[in-house]
Design a protein around this ligand. Structure first.
Ligand SMILES: Cc1ncc(C[n+]2csc(CCOP(=O)(O)OP(=O)(O)O)c2C)c(N)n1
Length: 311
């Protein structure tokens, strides 16, 4: 990758290392940008001894103390009130930083979304709510999610300045986040970004989205509105990127990924007893009881349990 291009973009995307991030499950790109290595990703996916969550989270529920990146919240929208609390503490400590939290259209119907917005508005917490409107919450379209004019109007209703942006335009998103961060920190208040986009892929590997939406709709977004092609055109037009560099990058990343997976696969897992640690200072009697019962069950039915997890 051209050094000039890389430096320019890393500088541009800089959210501020001191800012805290509370994400949902679609933000590994943010984590990668901050410096989480491919090996760290692979370690989490395999839940091995090097995984910071000690194998206790589902795959893709990354987290990093070093990078101020809170562990992914699986229950939709729970990360929002947490982000407001984190932002408020940054404000109390007079830190030159804000919190940013992510949500999609489905999450905006959760009570936590509304509680967080109101809480942020009245405490004037420096938090950026990044709402990615990707059209579908699994099979529920936005038309069945809300009747308001998207989410910017909801932000405004709570007294939060709100920006709507083309979520498929990388530079526009960068500009919006940059402006939002400045406002959050210098003016000490929340701000909401509504990024309009579309989920081209299936919701997950167990989903077949052609069962609930027309294939030509997907195709339209995949071909005519693809944000990656659009961004590629811009960097290539400026002479910062060419097809040969892309091929080289893709090949190198594929190699690095395979290597990271092979290494992660060989690292042993944590012992099962780790399931019961790290919540209480002293493991309480009810958890000790559950631990005993688990060990008994493993002894009685060893074939029902994985052999690569030490007890
Ligand atoms: C509180 C809660 N309810 C239901 C689910 C199951 N669930 C997982 S993803 C999902 C859809 C979320 O849609 P959206 O918020 O639009 O996010 P997207 O996947 O489109 O980014 C649902 C209902 C959950 N994780 N948490």
């Amino acid at each position: 990758m051209s050094k000039y291009y890389y430096n320019k973009v890393t500088y541009c995307a800089f959210l501020g290392r001191k800012s805290w991030i509370q994400m949902k499950y679609r933000e590994p790109g943010v984590l990668l940008w901050r410096g989480f290595t491919l090996q760290e990703f692979a370690n989490q996916l395999f839940g091995n001894k090097m995984d910071y969550g000690k194998g206790r989270q589902m795959p893709i529920h990354y987290g990093s103390n070093r990078l101020n990146y809170f562990t992914v919240s699986s229950p939709i929208a729970t990360q929002l009130p947490q982000a407001v609390g984190a932002a408020y503490s940054l404000k109390m400590e007079k830190k030159d930083a804000c919190a940013i939290t992510y949500i999609s259209d489905g999450g905006t119907s959760e009570g936590d979304f509304h509680a967080a917005l109101n809480f942020a508005a009245v405490t004037e917490a420096p938090v950026v709510f990044f709402c990615r409107i990707n059209g579908w919450a699994i099979s529920t379209p936005t038309t069945e999610q809300f009747r308001s004019d998207g989410v910017v109007t909801r932000g405004q209703a709570y007294g939060i300045r709100s920006i709507r942006v083309d979520g498929n335009d990388t530079l526009a998103v960068y500009s919006a986040v940059h402006a939002a961060r400045e406002i959050a920190i210098t003016e000490g208040r929340p701000i909401l970004i509504e990024a309009m986009t579309y989920r081209v892929g299936h919701h997950s590997t167990s989903d077949d989205s052609t069962k609930y939406r027309p294939a030509d709709e997907i195709e339209h977004w995949r071909t005519s509105r693809d944000p990656i092609s659009r961004y590629r055109k811009w960097v290539q037009g400026n002479g910062w990127w060419c097809d040969a560099e892309e091929t080289e990058l893709r090949n190198n990343v594929r190699q690095e990924l395979l290597q990271a997976i092979q290494v992660a696969e060989r690292i042993p897992k944590h012992g099962l007893t780790e399931l019961f640690t790290d919540v209480y200072d002293q493991v309480p009697s009810n958890l000790r009881e559950q631990q005993r019962s688990l060990l008994d069950s493993i002894q009685k039915h060893p074939s029902d349990y994985p052999t690569d997890v030490p007890v």
